[in-house]
Ligand binder design. Structure first.
Ligand code: NAP
Length: 500
């Protein structure tokens, strides 16, 4: 936003990144590499503005080198027995758990989320390596019955090949392992590009992969600055040796990558933006609904793709719900440096994130929304924003139309179930949706009618390693986690045995 007044950073620097896992070079073919022109970019602590470290700023050249290393490693990794792949993934998982505190500190330092949440992310992230170490041994094909007496038919499952992986900053560790665990279990090798804001988690994972004995070239990391992302992305999406692209991030970037992938018809998985409705019907248990709303909205300061972005509340209970949620926010949410005890709301990732929250609030208030709580940058300093609750929000306001990705809870009132479903389904994205109701018939109806990939019924937190994660409409293509996630990295090959 032009002309915006930026608060100074006020936080003292309490960030310290554990040196043992701090890496600043790219990880290619099992070695640590600087970029060929020695370019670097700074990684900043969003709470303090302190530079944590300068990281190698890779370009297309390093990216091609990484793809070549992955292509070479694929030739042997695809034939490594699944039990051995499983053991290596399990070792990687064990090392993550062993180093969970250091990994969590890295997340808090580069992303800002409170240490408790960062530890939760590490448990979730490591869980994907554990889960896929188990799934690696359960990749089954089929024997198919055919009508010809002299034939037998098989469906074999084979790894697709080299996978390009591009991840966002909001879950710097889990968004990697959710993809890489499945890819490696399937027998694929990967080149991954982390977000400019949070490359340190990806590089720490590379160090642990190295220690676990994951062979050279199987997991490669090419960090780069935002400036170089389009050129690196182009290599990742068009290189002839790449078979598969898996991306998590905004819908806008996903569309760019899909266009690039189209030229050589690569397999794609896209985990894109959301705009989750959170519906509270008048039959709901309001205390549970308010507690669910708080957890769903304010985790990671609202910077979560499955975060509730629109609260749709039935007319008769609207005032009571707003009162309960605002009381909970005042009691439970504490803004500050993620390293400090008791803090639940860290900084937003950067200036652009703060600007978007501010823009959505100003737009809503200018059109008649009522500010119940928050509504301005926090005294904690630059990048911090007060948890905000707005009532009297209408579907015409910006915050009801696009993902805010910040600590803003806008409440829209509705009359009937039909109306709530119509508002919820009016979005062109459909990642997660939530609703609270005690009416069993309504629960079935609404769960089936919401146009989303994931539904939380009387539950505000739904992600789990064992369950399929993904969206419909412009929220993406494919599923991650669960038994389905591995299929994204497998081809089905039909083999027909004739003349028997
Ligand atoms: P983003 O701008 O799309 O960035 C995501 C990743 O793509 C980053 O690594 C970014 O690099 C990279 N990138 C950007 N432009 C690129 C290009 N032209 N070529 C190649 N790579 C490119 O998304 P974000 O704003 O950081 O992340 C928030 C979004 O992600 C939200 O919309 C959220 O809903 C979505 N998300 C979805 C899921 C899910 O599972 N569905 C999970 C988490 C987040 P730089 O960092 O260098 O720009």
């Amino acid at each position: 936003m032009s002309g915006i007044l930026r608060l100074p950073y006020r936080m003292a620097s309490t960030s310290s990144v554990p040196a043992a896992l701090l890496r600043s070079a790219a990880y290619v073919g099992g070695s640590w590499l600087q970029s060929s022109d020695s370019a670097t970019f700074p990684v900043l602590d969003p709470a303090t503005g302190t530079e944590l470290v300068k990281v190698a700023d890779c370009g297309p050249r390093e990216c091609r080198e990484a793809v070549n290393a992955a292509a070479k490693a694929f030739q042997s990794w695809k034939d490594v027995p699944s039990k051995e792949r499983s053991i290596l993934l399990r070792k990687w998982y064990d090392l993550m758990i062993q180093h969970k505190d250091e990994l969590a500190r890295i997340i808090t330092a580069e992303n800002g989320k409170p240490t408790k949440e960062a530890l939760g992310e590490i448990a979730y992230a490591a869980g994907f390596l554990e889960w896929y170490s188990e799934e690696a041994r359960r990749i089954y094909g089929d024997v198919i019955s055919v009508p010809m007496k002299d034939r037998r038919a098989l469906a074999l499952k084979q790894p697709v090949g080299v996978a390009s992986i591009i991840t966002p900053w909001n879950f710097p560790s889990a968004m990697i392992t959710r993809k890489v665990g499945a890819a490696l279990a399937a027998g694929c090798t990967v080149v991954m590009k982390p977000a400019e804001d949070t490359p340190l988690s990806a590089l720490a994972l590379a160090e642990l992969a190295h220690q676990a004995g994951i062979p050279a070239g199987v997991y490669n990391v090419v960090p780069c600055s935002r400036e170089k992302a389009p050129a690196v992305g182009e290599v990742l999406c068009t290189h002839p040796s790449v078979a598969k692209i898996s991306f998590t991030g905004s819908t806008a970037t996903g569309k760019i990558l899909l266009r690039l992938a189209a030229d050589s018809v690569k397999r794609v998985s896209m985990e894109l933006g959301g705009h989750a409705p959170f519906i509270v019907f008048d039959s709901a248990d309001l205390d549970k609904a308010a507690a669910g709303a708080l957890a769903c909205k304010f985790r990671n300061s609202g910077q979560t793709c499955v975060s509730a972005n629109r609260f749709l509340v039935q007319k008769g209970i609207q005032d009571a719900f707003v009162k309960k949620l605002s009381a909970l926010m005042a009691k439970e949410l504490h803004v500050g440096n993620g390293f400090d005890e008791g803090v639940t709301q860290g900084p937003l990732i950067n200036d652009r994130a703060v600007d978007k929250v501010e823009r959505h609030i100003k737009d809503a208030v200018s059109q008649g929304a009522r500010l119940v709580a928050g509504g301005k940058p926090s005294d904690a300093g630059r990048n911090f924003y007060e948890p905000t609750l707005l009532s009297n929000v209408t579907t015409q306001m910006l915050c009801a139309k696009e993902e805010t990705f910040g600590p803003l809870a806008p409440v829209i009132e509705f009359d009937t179930e039909e109306e709530a479903i119509a508002i919820a389904n009016s979005a062109n994205v459909g990642l997660a949706g939530y609703f609270y109701s005690q009416d069993p018939a309504q629960i079935w109806r609404v769960a089936e009618r919401l146009e989303v990939g994931m539904v939380g019924v009387n539950e505000g937190l739904l992600s789990s390693v064992e369950c399929p994660f993904g969206g419909v409409k412009q929220s993406g293509i494919g599923r991650e986690g669960s038994k389905y996630g591995i299929d994204e990295y497998l081809e089905v090959k039909y083999v027909c045995f004739g003349g028997l």
